[in-house]
Design a protein around this ligand. Structure first.
Ligand code: GDP
Length: 274
């Protein structure tokens, strides 16, 4: 068999063993816990209401939450099947899990980004609070952008990891622009623009730091700069073009008057990765 087919079967076999997993990231207060609680309630059996109390979660440890994606949500792996395919009619819920991580300062890099090597990982969900992004000078705005920058850079490095034997496929990223119910929230398109321009600022200041310590003459320079070392301003599209990393920004609200709005689209994004 050609090598690529071996690799294909190997990957398929591995996939059936472990539950597909998503890594949930984002600054503290963005709504990660609320999001997981909401979809946990939705995915538990409605007839067994309240039978499974949601676990008490301390903010210092990561938690692995087992969930079921409703059978009504289309799966990416079914995309090319015909509508008449019998397997599509059963509409069984699909098991998956979410790894929730602490959002605080230094801990997050250790705990969260080390999870990127988890072989069951299918994607990264990065939750942002759309209501703190209105001013680019706010510390919350800078903190969000720095965390997202570090996450995307870790995803980029993961692909060029020379120590690993198997080539890794790029992981897709969902940026969940949460708290769209608040009147101070930036609309989804503006959240995307703000994040891109804030990340560009982080990228510029980091690459200045690199050249200051004399690392910019290194031939691997591109791998240490998000999006590569090119002249272009940072955009999510650039990461897709250069590193095959697809980033979707989708707005929603977990709580408030419009609680649940957009959550369906986040679940559809998850389904698309399964
Ligand atoms: P985490 O630190 O990322 O886990 O954030 P939490 O889930 O603990 O949420 C932080 C705060 O934001 C809580 O007071 C939530 O009730 C609130 N919150 C979360 N999502 C929303 C939302 O969509 N709209 C509004 N208005 N508040 C939200």
């Amino acid at each position: 068999l050609p090598v690529c087919l071996h690799l294909y079967f190997y990957t398929q076999a591995n996939r059936t063993k472990s539950t597909p997993t998503f890594l949930l990231l984002g600054p503290s207060g963005a709504g990660k816990t609320s999001f997981v609680s909401l979809i946990q309630k939705q995915s538990s059996n409605p007839e067994e209401k309240e039978s499974e109390p949601s676990p008490t979660r301390t903010s210092q440890v990561k938690t692995n939450v087992s969930l079921l994606l409703p059978g009504t949500i289309p799966l990416g792996s079914n995309k090319y099947r015909s509508q008449n395919d019998a397997s599509l009619k059963d509409k069984h819920p699909t098991p998956y899990s979410i790894i929730d991580t602490p959002g605080h300062g230094k801990l997050r890099l250790e705990h969260a980004l080390s999870q990127l090597n988890n072989p069951a990982l299918r994607g990264v969900i990065f939750v942002v609070d759309s209501s703190v992004l209105d001013s680019s000078d706010s510390s919350a705005s800078r903190d969000t952008a720095a965390y997202l920058h570090d996450t995307l850079l870790a995803l980029q490095r993961r692909l060029s990891d020379k120590g690993s034997k198997k080539p890794k496929a790029a992981l897709p990223v969902l940026i969940a622009a949460n708290k769209q119910d608040l009147f101070t929230a930036l609309p989804t398109g503006a959240v995307k623009d703000r994040l891109q321009s804030e990340i560009e600022r982080v990228r510029v200041s980091r690459s200045k730091g690199l050249s200051a310590v004399g690392q910019d003459t290194d031939e691997d320079e591109g791998d240490d700069v998000l999006g590569g070392g090119g002249e272009d301003k940072f955009t999510f599209k650039l990461l897709e073009e250069e590193y095959d990393t697809k980033i979707d920004v989708i707005g929603g609200a977990v709580k408030g008057e419009e609680a649940g709005k957009g959550v369906q689209r986040w679940l559809e994004w998850i389904g698309g990765c399964l």
